[in-house]
Structure formats: C-alpha cells, structure tokens
Design a protein around this ligand. Structure first.
Ligand code: SAH
Length: 251
C-alpha cells in the first residue's frame, strides 16, 4: 500500500495526526526533498528506507513503490503542504492504478494557509473578497492561456501565487494588467511556518523591489489583494441581528 501524505507547510508539528502515524509505521518513505522539512524524517523508524524524490524521476519513484509493494511493504510518499496543490500526484496515482497497487491520500496544511497564518490574515473578508485564487506564473510548466496571471488578476480577488518567487518582476507586471493597482496590498511569505520564516508586506507596485531587498526568490508565496488591508465589513454569521440555523437574532 502507498500512502500519499501532506507534510504541511514546514513546521514538523503541522502534519496531521494520521500523517504522522503513517510516517512512524512506514517501511519506505519517498519525500519531496526540495520542500519537505527533513525534521519530519525523525518520525521514521530507524530501519526505514528513505528516498529523496528531488533527485529522482517519476519512473524511479514508481520503481521504488513497486519494489516495496512486491515485498509487502508500506510506502509513504511525502509531499509538501497538501498533495493536491502542485503535487504531481495524479501521474503517480495513474501509474499505481496501472500496476494494481492500492493507495490513499492524507491531506495536509497547504502553504497558502501557512502563509495566511504567518500574516494573521483572512482571505475571505466580507465586503472585500469571497474567493481565493490559487495560481502560478507560467514558467517552464505552461499555464493555459485562459488562466494567465493577468486574466486571473482581472477578478481583483484574494490571490496566492505559487512557484513564482524567482519571477517577481513578471508577476508584478501581470498583476497590474488586471484589477489590482500599484497600491493594492501584497505580501511575500518565505518559508511559512519554518523557523526561518520571513514575511514582507508591500504593494503590487513594490513587489519586485521587496523581493530584491529581502533576498526572497524560492519557497515563497506572493499574496495579493485588499484582504491584506484593514477595511472590511463584519461577518453576518456572528452578527447579533442575524438569525442562523443555530441561533436566533438577539436584536
Ligand atoms: N503542495 C504544496 C505546494 C507545492 S508547489 C502546498 O500545498 O503548499 C511549491 C511552491 O509552494 C513553492 O514554490 C512556494 O510557492 C510554495 N510553498 C511551499 N511551501 C511553502 C512555505 N512554507 N512558505 C511559502 N511558500 C511555500
């Protein structure tokens, strides 16, 4: 059996209880070494076989899983954040389906949640934005034209831009083609929840400069939107004048 497990954004105690239990039991661990905090490997059994997928191809990863399965072993495939966001898990799952190897998926805390926590921010402020766009700039992996950063930016919604820390000038340029202005609040969050976490608040107009000044390129998220500002309307859910399924309006 193969368990895909979300490692969380970095801090080792942000993995789920289920994910940690699977790591402790695993015979084989294949972890995404470029982003997963190696401190999580301390949970592994002393005799656990550990592979770093940063140095492997898909074929090699599947090869290790296949060998482990043939020996009746349990494999944990440890991905950063939640595996369902830029985790490249689908191609692994399809290969396992072809081989008849069973698997499941244990969610994790995605880095866009870790980044919001670092900033004590809420993406979905009433009167500001009720949507979060998770996206990236096209790089060596193309992005469908209809999802270009500029067109995503046309909504003016709350946005978390992944995998683009090294291209901040282009990020800034594309964002400005949309509904954001030079003054729209933005932030860079480097290694959210890691000990070396860094947060830099800026505006869309100063994104590239902020990245340059703080030396932020990799393992960073760009957050954009007025949710980073201080203005919003209070929630209906906790408004005394609002009746809900669980509570009568008190005034
Ligand atoms: N599955 C992961 C994303 C993997 S893609 C998740 O759910 O978070 C890798 C990108 O995620 C990085 O380029 C960076 O943009 C972002 N990222 C991952 N961990 C991060 C962290 N701790 N802090 C900031 N950004 C992070």
């Amino acid at each position: 059996m193969v368990h895909f497990v979300g490692a969380g954004p970095g801090a080792p105690d942000l993995i789920t209880l289920r994910g940690a239990a699977l790591l402790k039991q695993a015979d084989v661990i294949i972890y995404a070494g470029s982003l997963v905090n190696p401190a999580l490997l301390e949970l592994a059994r002393a005799d656990c076989e550990v592979h770093n997928s940063a140095e492997m191809t898909l074929e090699q990863v599947i090869g290790v899983m296949k060998q482990a399965e043939a020996a009746g072993k349990t494999t944990v495939r440890l991905h950063t954040g939640d595996p369902c966001v830029y985790g490249a898990i689908r191609e692994q799952m399809d290969a396992l389906d072809e081989l008849g190897i069973p698997y499941d998926d244990v969610p994790g805390v995605s880095s866009f949640c870790g980044a919001a926590a670092a900033l004590r921010a809420e993406y979905t402020l009433p009167g500001v934005s009720q949507s979060v766009i998770l996206t990236r700039l096209a790089g060596r992996t193309p992005v469908p034209e209809a999802e270009s950063l500029a067109s995503m930016a046309s909504h003016g919604a709350s946005m978390a831009v992944f995998l683009s820390g090294g291209m901040l000038e282009r990020v800034q340029e594309e964002l400005l083609k949309g509904a954001y202005t030079e003054d729209t609040p933005a932030a860079l969050v480097y290694k959210a929840t890691w000990p070396e976490e860094k947060t830099v608040r800026c505006t869309v107009g100063t994104l590239a400069q902020a990245g340059e000044e703080h030396g932020i390129r990799k393992t960073a998220l760009v957050l954009v939107g007025d949710f980073l500002d201080s203005r919003y309307e209070r929630s209906k859910l906790y408004d005394p004048a609002f009746t809900t399924e669980f509570r009568e309006a008190s005034r």
